[in-house]
Write a protein that binds this ligand. Structure first.
Ligand code: ZN
Length: 660
């Protein structure tokens, strides 16, 4: 691993300067800085020029080259300066600073590309994951736990193993672990390495069973410290398995007959059975979770929030889970009973990486992407995303905001909870101790005084907030927010019901993006779909330029955990507010009229879903709920050529679950 921070970050102290300064020139500067500190001036930040000079210590030239490569990748000078200045103070490696979420100047994939260029190795894009076949790789080379390298291919004739690493420092570690092979390296992002490990090598289900067996052995020995450890391990292996399966929720429900409890997972919006737990083990688990929540008394009256806590040993063992995911635990008493056992537990899993999605990778067509990027250039206005819970609304907004220069434009957000931390944004969490609507309003009013350029308002929940958003947009702020609606045009009805002036809305609204997530077919076991019903669905002229190779779920395989599906893909529609739509909003036209003008059939969400069906990415069954609204015939103004994105490597491989 690269070097870690060794010095206090915040304030300069005498010992800090002594430690840091080396040459006579720097000693003189250090002295000057100490004087300045004594005189009561703020150190460090007030004198960036001086501090930068400390950063120019003679190095091996690698860092100069690194900054050169950063420039080649289009990184701005202001950003490079920000990174260098921190490096001068903290002595972290430039790569470490670049890779941390603190600044977020480069996306994880860009960082991997920079590393690949630096190290003169080939870069492995995330799209390559589906081509990796673990059966080709000798079992002896399979990683037994998650590491920062992963084998991706094997050439038996040459006995040569290809291994993906995230940076060249991992090379030796991989070499030591694989002494029997000739090894060739590729550079991949950290998350690509994680995904490959998960999809190809992880044995998390077996690990859960081992933990369960251990727990059984130790039953009846509650005072034994080993029993407590086994209980913690059982819960952790369950959580890890769910995370690896890309589950959004874990449900633990007791059987009414007191025989035990059922563990279910929800993956891609669809429930699945995982394991049965015997009653004595269930009692231990539920008691543990209730005790941890610290709200046993309150639980008798109302649902309470629980906690997933990592012990220091678990923090180490499950580090990648702890860093990547956040958990929301909800405990609800099923029946009026003093017994803990009749409590259900739902653990919602939030994948913070999904929020780091790159706009180009979430699977939108170039036309829509261009429109969305145009909105982000605006200096004022309102942009809304809308969709049911878990439809990718928040992820889409984060992906848009990831494209904004956070130094030039101050992004400030009001969220509850903050699911994804980005240091260069200014994020605020709506306090939960009082009325949430009122708290959100107060916070937004506060943000307005904090010189924001772009404001992310977690949710437009009531009339007051809608009015505040209009005020923000009218006073020169770009405002982004989410709503819970199924279609783009119904978001307008919602605003109207809030009683805001629709002429004002028409003046500042840029667009409304409605989203859903549909399940993607497993790339390994799906089969062609020749059914007449599917053929009938794909009869539209505007599908002519989409590849026509519909598929349906196959028998299932290890790759898809025998479900036939793996991962999810966005379907969407964007109601762009052009002059015609603007006039209709002003006139308070019917939603159907507005949709007819702004959303021709080939741009509706149904069309977005049918393109995925036609291309064999999703199945007829997976889009059935979206198809419930019939697609009308294509209008005359339809222009072919909008489906070019289906040829992009991201269209069929966009990896990563999105949560809302
Ligand atoms: Zn499969």
């Amino acid at each position: 691993m690269a070097r870690r921070c060794r010095t206090p970050r915040s304030r300069a102290t005498n010992s800090y300067w002594t430690w840091k300064s080396t040459g006579p020139e720097e000693k003189a500067m250090a002295y000057a800085m100490e004087e300045a500190t004594r005189a009561g001036q703020a150190p460090a930040t007030s004198a960036p020029g001086v501090v930068l000079a400390f950063g120019r210590e003679p190095k091996d030239g690698k860092e100069d080259r690194f900054t050169q490569v950063l420039r080649e990748f289009g990184m701005k000078e202001t950003h490079i300066r920000a990174v260098q200045q921190r490096q001068a103070l903290t002595n972290e490696s430039l790569t470490d600073i670049m890779c941390s979420a603190d600044y977020g100047f480069l996306t994880p994939e860009k960082i991997a590309q920079v590393n690949a260029r630096m190290d003169g190795l080939a870069y492995l894009p995330p799209a390559a994951i589906d081509e990796i076949d673990p059966e080709r790789i000798p079992q002896a080379a399979w990683p037994t736990e998650f590491r920062h390298w992963v084998p991706i291919d094997y050439d038996a004739a040459a006995q040569c193993l290809t291994v993906a690493i995230s940076e060249i420092e991992q090379e030796n570690i991989a070499k030591t672990a694989l002494p029997d092979y000739l090894v060739r390296y590729r550079i991949a992002s950290h998350r690509t390495i994680q995904s490959i490990y998960r999809q190809c090598f992880a044995r998390t289900e077996a690990a859960f069973d081992v933990a369960y067996g251990r727990m059984r052995e130790l039953m009846g020995r509650e005072d034994d410290p080993d029993a407590a450890a086994a209980l913690g391990e059982l819960i952790m292996t369950l959580i890890r398995h769910a995370c690896y399966m890309q589950a959004s929720d874990i449900g633990l429900t007791p059987m009414a007959t007191s025989t035990g409890a059922m563990v279910r997972l929800k993956v891609g919006g669809v429930g699945d059975f995982f394991r049965f737990l015997e009653w004595p083990i269930w009692k231990r688990i539920i008691t543990y979770l209730i005790t941890r929540s610290g709200r046993q008394e309150k639980l008798r009256d109302e649902p309470v929030d629980g906690k997933i806590e990592f012990t220091s040993a678990q923090e180490k063992k499950y580090a990648e889970i702890k860093h990547r995911y956040a958990f929301r635990v909800s405990l609800t008493r099923q029946v009026e009973s003093p017994e803990n056992e009749f409590t259900t537990v739902v653990i919602r899993i939030l994948d913070k990486d999904a929020e780091a999605a790159e706009l180009d990778q979430i699977g939108m067509d170039p036309h829509t992407l261009q429109r969305l990027r145009g909105y982000m250039q605006a200096d004022h206005g309102i942009f809304l995303t809308t969709g049911p819970t878990g439809s990718g609304k928040t992820s889409a907004i984060y992906a848009l905001l990831n494209e904004v220069d956070p130094i030039e434009r101050w992004v400030q957000s009001s969220e509850r909870p903050i699911e994804y931390r980005k240091g260069s944004w200014i994020q605020y969490q709506v306090p939960g101790h009082k009325d949430e609507g009122e708290a959100a309003q107060l916070l937004l009013k506060g943000i307005l005084r904090n010189a924001p350029n772009i404001i992310l308002n977690g949710e437009t929940r009531d009339a007051e907030i809608a009015a505040l958003m209009l005020e923000m947009a009218n006073t020169g702020h770009l405002t982004l927010s989410t709503q819970h609606n199924n279609r783009a045009e119904t978001a307008l009805t919602r605003l109207k019901n809030f009683g805001v002036d629709m002429t004002d809305v028409a003046a500042v609204l840029l667009g409304i993006l409605a989203l859903r997530l549909v399940r993607k077919l497993c790339t390994r076991c799906s089969v062609p779909d020749a059914r007449e019903a599917t053929r009938h669905l794909l009869r539209h002229d505007w599908l002519a330029d989409t590849p026509h190779r519909p598929r349906r779920a196959g028998p299932g395989c290890r790759h898809c955990n025998h479900t036939g599906y793996r991962g999810r893909q966005l379907v969407y529609e964007l109601l762009h507010v052009d002059p015609q739509v603007r006039r209709l909003i002003e006139r308070q036209a019917l939603p159907s009229e507005i949709a007819a003008a702004g959303l021709p059939p080939h741009r509706r969400m149904t069309a977005s879903a049918l393109r995925l069906l036609s291309a064999g990415i999703t199945s007829h069954e997976a889009i059935a709920s979206i198809l419930a609204t019939e697609v009308e015939e294509a209008p005359d103004d339809y222009q072919p050529g909008e489906n070019a994105w289906l040829q992009s490597p991201y269209a069929s491989h966009a990896d990563g679950e999105a949560a809302s």
